[in-house]
Design a protein around this ligand. Structure first.
Ligand SMILES: Cc1cc2nc3c(=O)[nH]c(=O)nc-3n(C[C@H](O)[C@H](O)[C@H](O)COP(=O)(O)OP(=O)(O)OC[C@H]3O[C@@H](n4cnc5c(N)ncnc54)[C@H](O)[C@@H]3O)c2cc1C
Length: 416
């Protein structure tokens, strides 16, 4: 039996929800986490970036991560369309901190670890429960209406605060019509898993590889435990659907055509069905209201080029927990209480987005950009590793000036 009232109800037991629930329970609040699925469940989003270390450390999970079978990720490398491999970008060359070594994770296991941690810290965790809506009194959210595992529908459970961590379902930003798509990042992803494909030795074994395909599309190649590798392609729908709409055919064609990927996976065996997702990048115009806030993908989702999703989910779960705790202490959890949280999340997402958009801009070259702005090398590295909660305005401004000028030069050349 669930109680009729809690301090906090968290919707969703992914990285954002489990982090918020664990920290709020640790603060001493009475927390209920409701997860629709029964864990372990499948999820995409397997490559971490260095600054996830800090939230995992606060959650007390670094020992578990060290002891896990997750491949250690020291670097990212890029492969040209012709198959030429760049020098790997090793995080330890720029970060003199333990966080420079991060992980590739099997999300089903990683998410169980996070959810168990929330439970161990005192949160009540209910799986197989689908939240249908929130309860409102005027503009204030005062709880949720959920379908329970035993079949009871529309059960009302009250709370002082509700956290929407429902991921790409975005329960509350849809309800309040806050969700905006990013028209410049209209991509789709098609992916699967291979067992027994070729792996680099030693320190490069767990590297993420980004392999370019034409029209600024790209493949990810992410080594996972048990000799499995996650392989997926991201590109414009018009490019991927140019001959057929059958995802199996598209995936097979793109793997065959990408020299580096094909060389790796040809000796392995595809062990999972092909999966597809669209609706790529979006964000919510608000992050909270009276008695509620959003965290993780429920707030914003960005193209996975730089593996920012789990980092932002963990970090926003942490920030949401701190903001809610402060609010519960003073008895004020009204909308304005989440203003600073919104500002910080907007800034973090904007940092990643500025680099993602530059990558997809056909006139943009990172090498030429850095020739002109060598002093911004550090700001780019900061973004790639997740050090994004500081002022990166000079980077955005320079990227914007550079891109506009390159675009103008392109137009002039084309029309001359
Ligand atoms: C193709 C692709 C590749 C990606 N690659 C990477 C990567 O390499 N690295 C990276 O960091 N990120 C990656 N991501 C992003 C990453 O998957 C997400 O950012 C991350 O999972 C967000 O965590 P979350 O906790 O916000 O949401 P989720 O992990 O989606 O968790 C939300 C949870 O809420 C539950 N839920 C939903 N609705 C309800 C409801 N009504 N009631 C109860 N429960 C509900 C769901 O079952 C789910 O368990 C990728 C994403 C895509 C699409």
């Amino acid at each position: 039996m669930m109680d009729a009232e809690y301090d906090v109800i968290v919707i969703g037991g992914g990285p954002a929800g489990s982090t918020a629930a664990a920290l709020l329970a640790e603060y001493g609040h009475k927390v209920l986490l409701l997860e629709r699925e029964t864990m372990p469940r499948y999820h995409i989003g397997e490559s971490l970036i260095p600054y996830t270390w800090f939230t995992l450390n606060r959650l007390g999970l670094l020992d578990k991560m060290q002891q896990s079978a997750n491949p250690k990720k020291y670097s990212v490398q890029f492969v040209s369309i012709a198959g030429k491999v760049s020098q790997p970008f090793y995080f330890f060359q720029t970060i003199k901190h333990e966080c420079a070594v991060t992980w590739q994770v099997l999300r089903s296991d990683f998410d169980v670890m996070l959810l168990d941690n929330a439970r161990e810290k005192g949160a009540e965790v209910r799986q197989g429960v689908t939240v249908r809506d929130v309860l409102m009194e005027g503009s204030r959210v005062v709880g949720v209406r959920a379908d329970l595992k035993d079949g009871a529908r529309g059960t009302e459970i009250r709370a002082k605060v509700v956290v929407d961590a429902s991921g790409r379902d975005s329960l509350l930003s849809r309800k309040f019509n806050w969700k905006d798509r990013d028209p410049d990042l209209n991509k789709i992803a098609i992916w699967s898993y291979f067992k027994g494909s070729a792996r680099a030795p030693g320190v490069d074994e767990g590297a993420t590889t980004v392999a370019y395909i034409p029209d600024k599309g790209w493949f990810w190649h992410v080594p996972l435990p048990d000799d499995i590798v996650s392989v997926g392609v991201v590109a414009e729908p018009a490019y991927l659907y140019r001959e057929t709409r059958d995802p199996n055919e598209i995936f097979a064609r793109e793997v065959r055509d990408c020299v580096w990927i094909h060389d790796r996976v040809k000796q392995g065996e595809q062990v999972e069905p092909v999966r597809v997702t669209g609706e790529f990048s979006y964000y919510s115009r608000q992050i909270g209201g009276d008695g509620f806030c959003l965290a993780g993908d429920a707030y914003s989702f960005l193209d996975p080029l730089f593996s920012s999703g789990v980092f932002l989910a963990l970090k926003s779960g942490e920030m949401a927990a701190d903001a809610i705790h402060a609010g519960l202490e003073t008895g004020d959890v009204s909308a304005h209480h989440f203003d600073e949280y919104l500002e910080q999340q907007q800034q973090a997402v904007a940092s990643f987005r500025s680099l993602v958009r530059a990558f997809y801009d056909l006139t943009f070259s990172f090498r030429e950009f850095l020739d002109e702005y060598p002093h911004l090398h550090g700001a780019i590295v900061d973004t790639l590793v997740g050090n994004v909660f500081n002022d990166l305005t000079p980077l955005y401004e320079a990227l914007s000036t550079f891109s506009q000028r390159e675009a103008r030069a392109e137009i002039t050349t084309t029309t001359a």
